[in-house]
Design a protein around this ligand. Structure first.
Ligand SMILES: [Zn+2]
Length: 251
């Protein structure tokens, strides 16, 4: 149900407001979530963009809800750009990993409980939030409903990323609400696809390494031979795979 432009109720006690920052990396734009009833937590307030900030304030009025906290899944500008300003304006705490949140911290407001899961990989300080009562996972940039998740060293770590994907599979959630794109209604399948995709890439990286291609760029040029336009980003992803393989003693 859409009750304001770009504001949609996705589940009981959950509303999604899409920011106007669409791009190949951010999909339709960053999803800002409001979780709760009369009192809500705001997850990923989004980019530093005046219109999005004012849309968030309007959404609170539309929902007749009072914000209790602003939470960011990780410190990338499309997630936290307006976080400080919003938290100050609402006079509520700004919560983030290692700021006030640790692995398994709980955020309780109104009728909802959010449990923090530290999920490094995309960036070390990345968290997912489990809405316990409904088994819904706010996944930040662990996976995307639309768009691509980049693992770029040194902030990104492929081994951590795979471990985080697998850890979230063990939660057996009902749905995933990503920071970009629509609700993911087959979470186990999607998480498995993400793991399979990265492992397949790893096999390809090892193959071309074995053929004597020694740099990330040379290997990426082989794997993405038919997509030269993505070579820059692909090189960074291959670098993340090489780092993992090196650490594991495979190279
Ligand atoms: Zn990010």
């Amino acid at each position: 149900m859409t009750i304001q432009r770009n504001l949609t109720q996705t589940h009981l006690n959950v509303w999604r407001l899409v920011a106007s920052n669409p791009s190949p990396m951010t999909g339709p734009g960053t999803n800002t979530y409001f979780v709760g009833q009369k009192q809500v937590v705001i997850i990923d307030p989004g980019p530093n963009n005046e219109s999005h900030l004012s849309n968030i304030l309007t959404a609170l009025q539309t929902l007749r809800a009072q914000a209790q906290a602003v939470v960011i899944t990780h410190p990338h500008p499309d997630h936290n750009g307006c976080a400080r300003q919003l938290a100050d304006q609402l006079n509520v705490p700004l919560l983030s990993f290692n700021g006030s949140l640790q692995h398994h911290s709980e955020i309780k407001v109104d009728v909802v409980t959010l449990v923090v899961h530290h999920t490094p990989g995309h960036i070390y300080a990345h968290i997912c939030l489990l809405l316990v009562e409904q088994s819904l996972l706010f996944a930040g940039d662990l996976v995307a409903g639309q768009g691509t998740i980049l693992i770029i060293p040194p902030d990104g770590d492929m081994a951590d990323y795979l471990a985080s994907l697998r850890a979230m599979m063990t939660l057996d959630v009902a749905a995933i609400l990503p920071a970009h794109g629509p609700v993911i209604k087959t979470p186990q399948k999607l998480l498995q696809q993400y793991v399979d995709h990265r492992l397949e890439r790893e096999r390809q990286v090892l193959h071309w390494w074995g053929q004597g291609y020694a740099t990330a760029r040379d290997i990426a040029a082989q794997i993405y031979a038919d997509q030269p336009e993505v070579l820059g980003i692909a090189t960074l992803q291959v670098e993340a795979h090489l780092e993992k393989l090196r650490e594991e003693g495979h190279l």
